[in-house]
Design a protein around this ligand. Structure first.
Ligand code: GDP
Length: 304
């Protein structure tokens, strides 16, 4: 199955809630009247595109319908597709892999899919011929590093671990230093994720970042926030808080396969202008992909 096919299949819940309802709306309305636009707005909000972004999108559709003298509701689908794509393509930057080693810090609330993301990314990089080291910098959660070790085993990469309760920054420092000494290509730092509302977690993550910078000037090269798409608008709240504290370089959106709320990608992008760099569409090693705005929009708007 090609990537686009797989994405289409995995996004079926979002598509069912969005594209099918859009198709329905288009069929029900013979013309583009006020009521049509109101329903379009509710439809976007229901797909978790976010109130602000939904309003903006509907405004744009209205303006273009007028300017382009469109009468057919069916034209709206194409306009939406173009506008969503434009939002997602703005300032889209791929994952950096240009430093030696490239240090990628992965942060996020527990349960969002941080550790799985680190594991899947390690697997992917290794398959691309890169030499990867993991850092188990979540030293708080019991068994967190064991879980990471399991992923390391699956992905066939090494992992640097300290004792539970140790200093997470020290783990990251050791991993980056070891990777430098061994001439490796990438270090993936898995971090703790107790609730983002606790100030001390942010302080700790800032420290990890700073210490990593001492081990290798310029690092971390990426600070990726993992957010769970099934939590909808909560993901946006988390993204805002982490970005404020850490200056994120991008997002990983997980569990897109299990949600009807895939529209959150659009809300996050439009509101925070942070690139979505990777998406998780399942629990397997192969289920992490580069975020491709074109393919995403294709999959989202695909008609059954
Ligand atoms: P962490 O606490 O943030 O490190 O989260 P984990 O990596 O342990 O993941 C939490 C749960 O989410 C696990 O059961 C994962 O298998 C699951 N998970 C992670 N990513 C995805 C995804 O893209 N799709 C699905 N369906 N499940 C995922």
């Amino acid at each position: 199955m090609g990537f686009l096919e797989k994405l289409k299949e995995r996004l079926h819940k979002t598509r069912a809630g969005f594209t099918s309802r859009l198709g329905d709306l288009i069929q029900r309305f013979p013309q583009l009247d006020e009521e049509f636009f109101e329903e379009l707005e509710s439809l976007l909000i229901a797909a978790d595109v976010g109130v602000e972004t939904s309003l903006l999108l509907v405004e744009t559709v209205r303006r273009r319908v007028k300017e382009e003298h469109l009468r057919e509701p069916a034209a709206v689908r194409e306009i939406l597709r173009q506008e969503v794509r434009a939002i997602l393509e703005t300032d889209q930057v791929p994952l950096r892999m240009d430093a030696n080693p490239t240090v990628i810090m992965v942060v996020g609330v527990n349960g969002t899919g941080k550790t799985s993301t680190v594991g899947k990314l390690a697997w992917r990089l290794r398959r691309e011929g890169k030499r990867v080291l993991l850092a188990a910098a979540d030293t708080f959660r019991a068994a967190a590093d064991e879980q990471l070790a399991l992923w390391a085993e699956k992905a066939k990469v090494d992992v640097v671990r300290h004792q539970q309760g140790g200093d997470p920054a020290a783990v990251a420092f050791d991993a980056v230093t070891a990777a430098r000494n061994r001439g490796l290509d990438a270090v993936l730092v898995d971090t703790a994720g107790r609730l983002h509302t606790k100030g001390n977690l942010m302080a700790e993550l800032v420290k990890v970042g700073r210490v990593v910078g001492k081990a290798l000037p310029g690092a971390p090269h990426e600070i990726l926030l993992v957010v769970d798409a099934t939590t909808g608008q909560n993901a946006l709240v988390q993204a805002r808080a982490f970005h404020q504290a850490l200056g994120l370089t991008g997002l990983v959106l997980t569990k897109l396969d299990g949600t009807a709320k895939g529209g959150i990608v659009i809300a996050i992008k439009k509101t925070l202008n942070l690139p979505v760099k990777l998406v998780g569409v399942g629990e397997g090693l192969e289920d992490l992909h580069d975020f491709d705005p074109g393919a995403f929009v294709e999959a989202l708007f695909a008609q059954p």
